[in-house]
Design a protein. Structure first.
Length: 234
């Protein structure tokens, strides 16, 4: 059974998501919260596998709540998916930096939401790579009204990847372009197991929780240039 926590300050939104998810035989909504403070408390109590997190909420917003959940060692198996109304929302990038596993638009199709919960629970953390990459590109270039990140983020990322082997940098660049492990293996002429091992080492060396954070690092370090090689993954 996949356990889910819903976090949104609109009761109607939570009710709709609960009805949709609880109708599935393999998914159970175990907690609801209307603000970030309650979200963190309930996550620690119920240990859900997936948290669907709104951004703009009273008391503690979704950004800070996401950071608190993803940095809690006791919640290391909990994955946060940010829900947003806009594709290019500056807060969403902040949530990815805080450790969120990806994001979904609130007008997502019902079947896609259910599928997304299953994907995240199975460990495939980066949702909707096409949209996530577009958000990151806008963040990096400062376009579309999205704010810029910390001024030293790029230099810090560059210093971090300098510790990687040439092969690991190749793999990181492909992850940043939205490639799956199977596609990485094919492009670099590796076995699927070897590709998976390289990605696992990137998680360890870069201190990343999932592929979403690897994508952020790939862009911030310059391994992936915004607008280049737009490999679409839906």
């Amino acid at each position: 059974m996949i356990t889910v926590q819903l976090v949104d300050d609109q009761a109607l939104v939570r009710a709709g998501f609960r009805a949709l998810l609880d109708a599935e035989a393999d998914i159970s909504v175990v907690a609801e919260a209307a603000d970030g403070e309650s979200a963190v408390t309930q996550a620690r109590e119920h240990r859900p596998q997936v948290v669907l997190m709104d951004i703009r909420m009273p008391k503690v917003d979704g950004l800070r709540a996401t950071a608190q959940i993803t940095t809690d060692p006791e919640l290391c198996d909990c994955r946060v998916v940010v829900l947003t109304t806009f594709e290019l929302d500056e807060y969403v990038f902040g949530a990815l930096r805080a450790g969120a596993s990806g994001f979904l638009l609130k007008d997502v199709e019902p079947a896609d939401l259910v599928a997304a919960v299953r994907v995240v629970a199975a460990g495939e953390a980066l949702l909707a790579p096409r949209l996530t990459r577009r958000l990151i590109e806008a963040f990096v270039t400062g376009s579309a009204g999205v704010g810029v990140g910390p001024p030293d983020a790029g230099s810090q990322a560059a210093e971090t990847i300098a510790r990687l082997t040439p092969r690991e940098r190749e793999v990181l660049a492909l992850v940043g372009r939205g490639r799956s492990n199977a596609e990485i293996a094919e492009q670099l002429v590796l076995s699927p197991l070897t590709a998976k091992t390289h990605v696992a080492r990137l998680f360890s060396k870069l201190g990343a929780r999932d592929r979403a954070q690897l994508v952020v690092t790939a862009y911030e370090s310059g391994l992936v240039v915004p607008g280049a090689d737009a490999h679409q993954v839906s």
